[in-house]
Design a protein around this ligand. Structure first.
Ligand code: NIG
Ligand code: FE
Length: 390
């Protein structure tokens, strides 16, 4: 089975822009760029802009219960910590999520992933973390795996040590993760990554290190929620344990940036989170000039309900002063690196999976220029159309 996407006005291939070109696909894989080969099927791109499908490498898209009641507090200027103290935040969602059945969770998560697909996302990572006990964390990971099987997008599961459950002492919970949850995850092959919310009031450096190193022994690749509200040494820890990525990084200083750059840890920035929390944005420009590799993701969660990576590009450009081309790379090739999948996805190059989106715009610059609309017209996954606007 072969497919030719012809008459492309502008192509972003994961690295650079190519004008007036075409992409030839065979058996779901990219075969060539720029050669008009005779194919079984032809899509006329009508001079539009084409790029790799978005890779959303950091989400908490499995949860039950919405948190729209926090909005008015946020409008009044109430901070993340106080929202939690007033009964919102992670613990509210944990209570709701523990109550939810598997079918309900699966249906709700599928709906969120479908919304992501419509907005051009072809691969998404989803973290557990709203269960906070063995039964519920395993339930969440099993449902994430089921969503992967049923969804048209690829879904990558991550175990996240998200918070210390109300009913437990922190070290007791860490022991439970290590002695009970990890063996079960490994036995059932439920996750690819292990992540920790390393933050004052959540897991400290030593607890985070214990979890991530033990996770590694079980084959789980480390990721870290780092420097979100305070800078307690998470970036250093990320480099020490060779984390695949350090994520959030709102408070990261120059010294940490240098460490991240040297160690090749991908810095995953999530600008929708400071947007909803009215916090300051990560210093993307400084990171880039320090040679830090930047990925961008949504952080989709009940505090920050966003399924559209185009809005992330807009925030990255306007609020973090990222060049548009750097933002595009950050949502494709660098996100693939943040998931250790850059051998398969993230760019339009020979041998990679044909995960491609066609947008109703003539140039990549229109993504940040025209705000608040969905530019995605067609979504192709492994060489097949999985969403089309008409
Ligand atoms: O990544 N930082 C920790 N966790 C989420 C938010 C979770 C929540 O508020 O429910 C995040 O932003
Ligand atoms: Fe997060």
């Amino acid at each position: 089975m072969s497919l030719l996407i012809k008459n492309i006005g502008e192509l972003f291939d994961g690295n650079k822009i190519i004008k007036n070109t075409c992409v030839y696909i065979e058996d779901g894989k990219i075969k060539s760029v720029g050669k008009e080969v005779k194919a079984d099927e032809v899509i006329d791109a009508e001079k539009k802009f084409v790029m790799p499908g978005f890779i959303d490498s950091h989400t908490h898209a499995i949860f039950h219960g919405s948190r729209e009641f926090e909005i008015e507090w946020k409008v009044e200027g109430v901070g993340y910590k106080e929202i939690a103290e007033r009964g919102g935040g992670i613990y509210y969602t944990v209570v709701e999520t523990r109550k939810a059945g598997r079918n309900e969770l699966k249906k709700e998560t599928m709906e969120r992933v479908n919304e992501m697909i419509k907005h051009g996302t072809t691969t998404v990572e989803i973290k557990s973390g709203y269960g906070l006990d063995k039964k519920n964390e395993i339930k969440l990971l099993e449902v994430i795996n089921e969503v992967n099987e049923c969804s048209k997008a690829t879904v990558i599961p991550t175990f996240l040590a998200h918070a210390i459950p109300d009913e437990m002492d922190a070290d007791y919970f860490v022991d439970m993760v290590i002695n009970e949850i990890f063996p079960e995850i490994s036995r059932k092959n439920l996750a690819v990554f292990c992540d920790v919310f390393c933050e004052t009031g959540y897991f400290d450096i030593n607890q985070s290190k214990r979890i991530l190193l033990k996770g590694k022994e079980y084959g789980l690749l480390p990721k870290i929620h780092a420097d979100e509200f305070s800078c307690i040494g998470c970036s250093k820890l990320a480099t020490e344990i060779k984390a695949v990525s350090a994520d959030h990084l709102l408070m990261t200083g120059e010294e940490e940036m240098k460490m991240l750059a040297e160690s090749k840890v991908v810095a995953t920035l999530l600008p929708a989170t400071p947007f909803v929390l009215n916090e300051s944005y990560p210093k993307a420009r400084e990171m880039i000039s320090n040679n830090v590799e930047i990925a961008l993701a949504t952080d989709m969660n009940p505090n920050c309900y966003i399924t559209n990576m185009q809005f992330i590009i807009q925030l990255a450009c306007y609020k973090m002063k990222m060049r548009v081309i750097d933002a595009l790379k950050a949502v494709t090739l660098n996100s693939a690196k943040a998931l250790k999948m850059d051998d398969k996805i993230g760019s339009i190059e020979e041998g990679k999976n044909a995960d491609i989106i066609i947008m109703d715009i003539p140039s990549y610059l229109f993504i940040p220029y025209k705000i608040g609309v969905n530019h995605v017209g067609t979504v192709i996954k492994n060489g097949e159309i999985i969403y089309s606007q008409e």
